[in-house]
Design a protein around this ligand. Structure first.
Ligand code: ADP
Length: 413
């Protein structure tokens, strides 16, 4: 075994020179390179006969951790190439300086060392690259979070700032209407003009309120006023509310009497109405005249699943998760007409994010299923809303109080 060390000692100096020449032809840090290769030669010398290859680790780790940002971002591995040169150069030097039997002995001894070095270097390099990439990822994520936060802050500030002048417009319009009425000057033409201003102001108020809701949801500040509710009751209210729009569009809204819809569950009635309203208004908007909208559902252990199906233009599978993100309106904005329930009528793209925020605040889930987007074939969309009968927020005394109101049968589920 000592023989191996002896043979290596015999070729070591030439190997170092040869390798430095091969690697460092254009390297400005030639001196440092010389030292590194010398270190490695010494390490090889130490492990050659003992087989304690792990003694090579410190130097291999040092090489892996000295990778520059460019190395880390490159898809090829300079270290593997470097190790390849070290090995080839070793074999060339051995061939030149030793007789074949001795050369064979030394190559046989060096092969497992290089094998080990390759494996460890690859391992260390992957570790260093992985930690570099995850560092970069977390930096990007932090930047995105900051961006999202400033977007959310902007929405909240803009909404509050817009509220003041809007209140002035609403106030002065009301005064104008009243003043003209008292002077008997409220002609038909003037009434139409005033209604125009009032409708515009109302739509603006809705948008501002949506912006505030989105920022509440973003900041997890949406507070729920939980009470006993009945889904069938909420759908009756919406049926009455949307009756005119449905008629105008010659559509049919069918509300099925499904298991669970008349069961008492807990939720914030105003917020749930808002969520279902947003989904239904979209169903009206994105379904051509004469289409059909159906509300159905089923009871599941601890949950009620509501489905809102329409015969509208459908949603591309690629957009199905995107539509729940704020301001993520699909399609060409310029092509959308305005109007709350007009076919493909425009909107700021806040309806579904708000519905999602409300459902999730109740501990529920919302998703959509659709074959795809096709304005001619109209494959339709089905929105699913999974609502827990007892939202997780229902805690402490409120939970005890409300649980006492719940029929035993549904509590045991
Ligand atoms: P808005 O209606 O203000 O554009 P929403 O958040 O309510 O914003 O909806 C986002 C987008 O999702 C819509 O612009 C539309 O492209 C798509 N969408 C929502 N509901 C439906 C539906 N029932 N059928 C087809 N597309 C829909």
């Amino acid at each position: 075994m000592e023989k191996l060390k002896e043979l290596w000692a015999f070729v070591q100096a030439d190997w170092i020179e040869h390798t430095v020449r091969l690697v460092g032809e254009n390297t400005p840090t030639r001196e440092n390179l010389h030292l590194q290769i010398q270190d490695f030669a010494q390490a090889l010398h130490n492990v050659l006969d003992e087989g304690a290859y792990h003694k090579l680790d410190p130097i291999l780790e040092r090489w892996a951790s000295s990778l520059t940002q460019t190395d880390l971002e490159s898809s090829t591995s300079d270290l593997m190439r470097f190790m390849g040169i070290l090995m080839t150069s070793a074999f060339e030097t051995i061939k030149q300086h030793l007789k074949p039997p001795e050369a064979l002995i030394l190559i046989g001894g060096l092969l497992p060392c290089f094998n080990y070095a390759y494996e460890r270097l690859a391992h260390h390099e992957i570790e260093v690259k992985t930690s570099y990439i995850s560092n970069r990822l977390s930096q990007v994520q932090q930047r995105l979070e900051r961006l999202d936060k400033s977007k959310s802050d902007f929405i909240a500030i803009a909404a509050h700032e817009l509220k003041t002048p809007l209140t002035l417009v609403e106030g002065y319009t009301a005064m104008l209407r009243e003043g003209l009425r008292q002077r008997a000057a409220l002609s038909h033409d003037v009434t139409i003009l005033i209604e125009g201003i009032e409708n515009g102001a109302k739509r603006l108020r809705n948008i501002i309120e949506d912006m505030i809701d989105v920022s509440l949801i973003d900041n997890a500040l949406l507070s729920l006023n939980l009470q006993p509710i009945w889904l069938s009751h909420l759908f009756e209210i919406l049926d009455r509310e949307l009756h005119t729009a449905i008629e105008e569009r010659h559509q049919a809204l069918k509300i099925h009497h499904f298991p669970g819809c008349t069961e008492m569950i807990f939720g914030d009635p105003e917020r749930l109405l808002q969520a279902f309203r947003n989904i239904l208004v979209n169903a009206i908007k994105f379904t051509p005249d004469g289409g059909k909208i159906e509300i159905n559902g089923r009871e599941l252990p601890g949950f009620i699943e509501v489905t809102i199906r329409d015969t509208g233009i459908g949603i591309d599978p690629n957009d199905q998760s995107l539509i729940f993100e704020k301001f993520a309106r699909i399609g060409n904005v310029a092509l959308h007409s305005s109007g709350k329930t007009k076919f493909k009528g425009g909107g700021p793209g806040l309806g579904l994010p708000i519905a999602k925020g409300i459902i999730e605040a109740h501990g529920g889930t919302i998703w959509v299923e659709s074959e795809g987007y096709d304005e001619v074939r109209c494959p339709g969309s089905t929105f699913h809303v999974l609502l827990p009968k007892h939202p997780p927020l229902l805690e402490g005394r409120a939970a005890d109080f409300l649980a006492a109101l719940t029929p035993t049968q549904s509590l045991s589920e």
